[in-house]
Design a protein around this ligand. Sequence first.
Ligand SMILES: NC(=O)c1ccc[n+]([C@@H]2O[C@H](COP(=O)([O-])OP(=O)(O)OC[C@H]3O[C@@H](n4cnc5c(N)ncnc54)[C@H](OP(=O)(O)O)[C@@H]3O)[C@@H](O)[C@H]2O)c1
Length: 278
Amino acid sequence: MEVDKLENKKIAIIGIGNMGKALTYGLLRHRTISPSNLILSDPTLADLMHFKKSGINLSFDNKEAAKNADIIILAVKPQDIFFVLEEIRHVVSQYQLIISIAAGIDIKTIKSILGRKQPVVRVMPNLCAKVGESMSCWAKSKEVTRENTKIARAVLQTIGKEILLEDEGLLDRATAISGSGPAYVFYFIELFVKSAIELGIDKDMAENLVLQTLIGSVKLLEKSQENASILKQQVTSKGGTTEAAFDVFNSSDIDKTFIKAINAAYKRSKELRIKSLL
Ligand SMILES: NC(=O)c1ccc[n+]([C@@H]2O[C@H](COP(=O)([O-])OP(=O)(O)OC[C@H]3O[C@@H](n4cnc5c(N)ncnc54)[C@H](OP(=O)(O)O)[C@@H]3O)[C@@H](O)[C@H]2O)c1
């Protein structure tokens, strides 16, 4: 982990909702980062009060938060980022690293609002950042130095795994897979639990069976030399119960529907990015 790179760095987080909180907790987990080097900014007192006793600096003023930070993390909704960038552009300098997690807002747009050659990193994390298990894909502007690349990596490693993409365009694809992905998994869990209840299993037990089956399967896949397709075959014996279930899956268009849904998310991600440029 590159987290030592963050020692003595001043970090501002603007927007303390789901992701801003996850990032703050991620940074706080590492003792090399002193809470007094963090400043959080959000218009809502209740969001800031989460960190009342943490020793972190809290503010309602984005300019105040941004002005002395080495790293400025923008964790507001995409529609709010334009306002925030306009607000902070006069206090930000080219020596500060901007990290944006706003979906669909590209690096070019951020730089053009700031109006200078700015080191900018654009990230697509996911909600699993809340438990330090995000899959964060990211891209950087050409102004991001080797040192700043290590710093961005260090920030993202505090919330999970990260992959630096060569091509920013790949972020739309990553958005459809890992950005939206936790929602697909939760949907699958909902369906799985519903099926168990239909079989007459009570809700608590259904949730337990499904959750542990999921955790076990993921751990097995992670530790195994085999891929998911081979492991699936290991559960499915000829003429058995699993095969009976797959006969039904295979006779429906479930695979086509899944691919279609992912493509719709990808298309929407591109549309939202284009809309933000207009
Ligand atoms: N949630 C996900 O799964 C996920 C995954 C990947 C990427 N993202 C991206 O992460 C960003 C944040 O998402 P989120 O789910 O954390 O949203 P969220 O929970 O709505 O948090 C956004 C926060 O920003 C605050 N805010 C609004 N205007 C502001 C301003 N002018 N200055 C400072 N703070 C302001 C909001 O305060 P109020 O509540 O008072 O408005 C809220 O606390 C989005 O751009 C999203 O695209 C989210």
